[in-house]
Structures are given as C-alpha cells and as structure tokens.
Design a protein around this ligand. Sequence first.
Ligand code: E4P
Length: 209
Amino acid sequence: MSILIDSADIEEVRQAMELGWVAGVTTNPALIAKTNRPVDQLIAAILEASRGPVFCQLTTDAPEQQEAEARHLHALAPDRIVLKIPAATANLSLLARLRPETPCALTAVYAGHQALAACEAGARYLIPYVNRATRLLGDGLKLVGELSAVAERAGTGTEILAASIKTPEEASEAFLAGADHLTLPFDVILRMGDHDLSERAIKEFRQVG
Ligand code: E4P
C-alpha cells in the first residue's frame, strides 16, 4: 500500500516528500497545464523533487503518436516513470505493445469490463476516479470494489490506484473498498492525521499538564 501526491506543483511535491510517508507522484494534463511549463522540463523537476514512481498521462490522442510519446516519457526515468493511458478500447493495444518494459496504468476507469480488458492487456495499475464516480455513477467506492474483484480474479497482479479523492474519510473508505494505493491532493494529505476529537484530547492533556 502507498500514498502518492496528485500534483504537478513542485513546491507541493517537495513538501509532500519531506513528510516522509508519501511514496510518489501522479500528474494529469490539467495539473500540468496549470504550471505553464514544458512537459519534459516539468517532469524532470518532479523527478528531482521526489522519490518513487511518477505517473505521467499521455496528452496525444493520435494513435500514431501515442507510442512515441509513451516511450519518450518513459525514457526520462525508466526506473520511475509509469504511463497513464486513458481508458478506451483503442488504447488497449498500445498498452499491450508497451508491456512489460514500460509500466502502464489505465486511467479514468469507470467499469469492470474496462478493468478486465486492461488486466488482459497488461496494465500494472487501474485508476478509478472515486469522487467523480460517486457524483456521476452514484457510488465511487462500489466501483473500487468491483475493479479490485476483477483484478484479483484476473490474477495478473494488476493493482488499484484510487484517484479523485477529496477528503481523508474518502481516502480510507477507498482503501477499505479495495484500493491498493491512493493518490491524494496536497490539501488532503495535510489533513490525513487530523481529527477534531484528537485535537480536543491533546488540548485537555495540555491543560492538566
Ligand atoms: C489522477 O491523477 C486523476 O487525474 C485525478 O485524481 C482526477 O481527480 P479530479 O476528479 O479531482 O480531477
């Protein structure tokens, strides 16, 4: 099990790594666009500021360009870069061509049948968007459980990296629902160890101390 930071902000990534219990970074085109930096330069900066896996999502939809982009991004740090490939039947062949030397995650997974095909195509990770799935399908945690069950029965060792998580409670619920790993926004990471009752108990101890 590992917790990653979902961010392309170098300072957030650096601070998250300093906490000592954040194991890697996930990015996506929206997070990268916010930085207004060239992708290669930004990924290099993220690699330098972090440890562990760095998940990079493909930006091109053109099939003839996808494999080149994937191999280019992976070559930036072959021992750390994991490609995020958007879930679509057209993209599964790319996933199958890239395995096993190029670890891939199928991202934006919203159904068990996508997970089943991705496991067969060689996906290392499945990335469900938990909060989005709850808003759009009604129950993002149920989706995590379904994907976990599919991956387990497929027996391919494919793991669930739960994303689109907005609260510490949603993070633990996603883990209990079957996520093997979590990627969290920085603001959620900073609240993972807090609870009002813990704060109250600490204040009470200080008052008697
Ligand atoms: C993973 O990196 C996903 O792209 C991201 O967690 C989506 O989360 P959002 O629903 O907050 O955009």
